[in-house]
Design a protein around this ligand. Structure first.
Ligand code: FSX
Ligand code: SF4
Ligand code: SF4
Length: 318
């Protein structure tokens, strides 16, 4: 772990962008600022340098692809710019042109070539029941490759892993009560197999595109971000939703919304899980800064370990 941190520190020296400049870029001064800010020239040049030695490989297991869709929904800058200039993805099952055995061979080839250096983005959980057969991701030499095989092989070779979405981070919806597939998040999976590669959890069902791109950019230019006890970057998941909610004054006054269409009032009696949830949605907002869950509905705690069981049923008070 220490060696890997040293690698990151060296990389950070090479890319030469200060912590202050980075934080300004990724968090912005106030609300809603995120990846639209990543195209400042200092950061683009830092990323170009980092990516020469540090490709990102994105694999998908047991999820709904909503995490990728959330990333692809980004409006400004366009996702084409983000993929080509910021993340420089070398492998992504949804957006790449190649497929089948050629794609799998290429994936393993890059992982070998950049062993200890590449970042592995994992989307979706890893089904461990039935010998991993619930999720077969490809074939090599006529042998089925399961998600279990892939995360074991590539996870051990990667320099770092990003668990994209609540499914990859904590098991999420596939791991909910009644599931039969043994759905497991990356950290627990690594623990079972004794894999020591550092993991950054970027939960959310789906995660905000800024959280995904911001964490990748941090990893490439500054090394591992500071993480909370659940492995999440404090940069995005360090604040309690309820404490910062624009409706907290209404809560203090006991002024409660009676129905979701009420423009004012606190949503607690409608099932809001903001008090148990840590994320910056209240200021970052969603849909390119248009709105967020509490504006029209409630927070369902989608970034927390144990989601969805711990916050279900969603529209009943906790
Ligand atoms: Fe999970 Fe991703 Fe929720 Fe879906 O694939 S985090 S179910 S939004 O999209 O893994
Ligand atoms: Fe807290 Fe939710 Fe009420 Fe906002 S709406 S003050 S997050 S309970
Ligand atoms: Fe998830 Fe709550 Fe943020 Fe909505 S407000 S995205 S439910 S953490």
């Amino acid at each position: 772990m220490k060696d890997k941190q040293m690698l990151f520190d060296e990389q950070q020296k090479k890319t030469g962008i200060s912590r202050r400049a980075f934080l300004k870029t990724v968090t912005g001064a106030a609300a809603g600022i995120g990846i639209s800010q990543v195209f400042n020239p200092a950061l683009v040049s830092a990323l170009e340098k980092a990516l020469e030695h540090h490709p990102v490989l994105w694999i998908q297991g047991q999820g709904c692809s909503g995490c990728s869709v959330s990333l692809l929904n980004n409006v400004d800058p366009s996702i084409a710019d983000v993929l080509l200039k910021v993340i420089s993805l070398q492998f992504h099952p949804t957006v790449m042109a190649s497929e089948g055995e050629i794609a799998m061979e290429n994936l393993y080839k890059i992982a070998e070539e950049y062993k200890g250096k590449f970042s592995l983005a994992v989307e979706g959980s890893i089904p461990m029941a039935a010998n991993g057969k619930y999720c077969i991701v490809g074939e090599l030499d006529h042998k089925e490759i399961t998600m279990v095989d892939l995360v074991k092989d590539l996870g051990a070779k990667a320099g770092s892993v990003l668990s994209i979405g609540t499914c990859a981070a904590f098991g999420g919806i596939p791991a909910a009560n009644g599931g039969e597939t043994g759905a497991t998040g990356v950290m627990d999976f690594f623990h079972i197999y004794g894999i020591k590669t550092p993991v950054v959890n970027i939960p959310g069902c789906p995660p905000h595109p800024d959280w995904i791109v911001g964490s990748i950019v941090h990893l490439l230019t500054k090394g591992l971000p500071e993480l909370d006890d659940d492995g999440r970057p404090t940069l995005f998941f360090g604040e309690n939703i309820h404490d910062n909610c624009p409706r907290v004054e209404a809560y203090d006054l006991g002024d409660m919304s009676e129905k979701l269409s009420d423009a004012k009032g606190c949503r607690m009696e409608l099932g809001c899980k903001g008090p148990d949830t840590y994320a910056d949605c209240y200021k970052r907002k969603w849909n390119s800064g248009m709105n967020w869950c509490v504006d029209n509905s409630v927070c369902i705690g989608c970034v927390e370990p144990g989601f969805p069981d711990i916050s279900s049923p969603f529209y009943e008070p906790a």
